[in-house]
Design a protein around this ligand. Structure first.
Ligand SMILES: NC(=O)c1ccc[n+]([C@@H]2O[C@H](COP(=O)([O-])OP(=O)(O)OC[C@H]3O[C@@H](n4cnc5c(N)ncnc54)[C@H](O)[C@@H]3O)[C@@H](O)[C@H]2O)c1
Length: 282
């Protein structure tokens, strides 16, 4: 079995470590502090225990998976890995610094993957001497539940790297879609942003209420949640940033953040995290 290193023990990194360990991978989970690792591994343990309760795995399988995850506070721990998945903060300079260091310490044939949701893979790969070995592996939250992995090619990603990333994601029980060009928002964020921009415009113009737009998507399309409910969950500010980033890259008006959402973000109506967004959460 290939050896995996996961950089960042937050929501996504701990989830990726968990599903990989369940899939039989030896994993080293690295973060900057023991406190972050404690939090990440507690989340893994909690999730595994819930799976045991639901009889999806046995208690022995949960214990074995947890035992397959080693912990580290130094990046050097990734040196022996065949594949590295970076899942740290969504900041280009932070990711580039990690890739620069990974490039220096990992074996030349190791695949270096990033779980970025929107940053260009090409810009992350460009700081390494092996851009052909760098690829986007975009998992979704919560990782143990969500079956998709969006594989994103950087400008120089090789076919072999893409294939190895695909095999890895499939080992974790995921189904892959491939984004063949390193476009802003990849496929998934472009689709959801385009739908959500139109949802905001419908409310902004008075054509429909937020409740009715969400109900239309749930009952008409079978979506689990409507776009505005989803925005309340992820953050109105997160939507405004995502749409603005894609618009900046593409100049395509369908991604331009509508004024109403921008003003909501300015006013601090950010959704669940602030107690009010499209809906009242107080
Ligand atoms: N949260 C989501 O729903 C979601 C979904 C898909 C993709 N993503 C992407 O996954 C990545 C991680 O997101 P998250 O929600 O898990 O973030 P998070 O804030 O929960 O976790 C980030 C972790 O990275 C660690 N970290 C920061 N700098 C580091 C460094 N230099 N070295 C090692 N560890 C470092 C932090 O201590 C923290 O534990 C981001 O790129 C994000 O855009 C997130």
């Amino acid at each position: 079995m290939p050896k995996l290193a996961v950089i960042g023990a937050g929501l996504m990194g701990s989830g990726i470590a968990q599903v990989a360990a369940l899939g039989g991978y030896d994993v080293v989970l690295q973060d900057v502090s023991d406190a972050q690792l404690d939090r990440g591994l507690a989340a893994v343990d909690g999730s595994l225990q819930r799976m045991v309760k639901k009889e999806r795995i046995t208690a022995d399988e949960a214990a074995a998976a947890l035992a397959r995850i080693a912990r580290a506070t130094e990046l050097d721990a990734a040196a022996g890995a065949d594949i590295v998945v970076e899942a740290v903060y969504e900041q280009l300079d932070v990711k580039q610094d990690i890739f620069r260091r990974l490039d220096a310490l990992c074996r030349p044939e190791a695949v270096l993957a990033t779980n970025t949701s929107a940053l260009p893979i090409t810009k992350i790969a460009a700081v390494t001497s092996r851009p052909e070995r760098v690829v986007g592996t975009h998992f979704f939250s919560p990782v143990p539940m969500m079956r998709l992995c969006e594989l994103v090619r950087g400008f120089k990603t090789s076919d072999e790297t893409l294939e190895r990333a695909k095999r890895f994601a499939e080992d974790l029980g995921k189904t892959c879609v491939v984004v063949n060009r390193d476009i802003a928002g990849f496929v998934t964020t472009r689709l959801i942003v385009a739908l959500t921009v139109e949802a905001v415009k419908l409310v902004e113009s008075g054509a429909a209420t937020a409740e009715d737009v969400d109900t239309a998507c749930r009952l008409g399309f079978g979506h689990a949640m409507g776009p505005l409910e989803t925005m309340d969950l992820t953050g109105v500010d997160v939507f405004v940033n995502a749409s603005r980033n894609i618009f900046t890259d593409t100049a395509d008006p369908k991604f331009h953040p509508p004024e109403l959402s921008v003003r909501m973000a300015d006013a601090g109506d950010l959704g669940r995290k602030s107690g009010k967004g499209w809906y009242d959460h107080s």
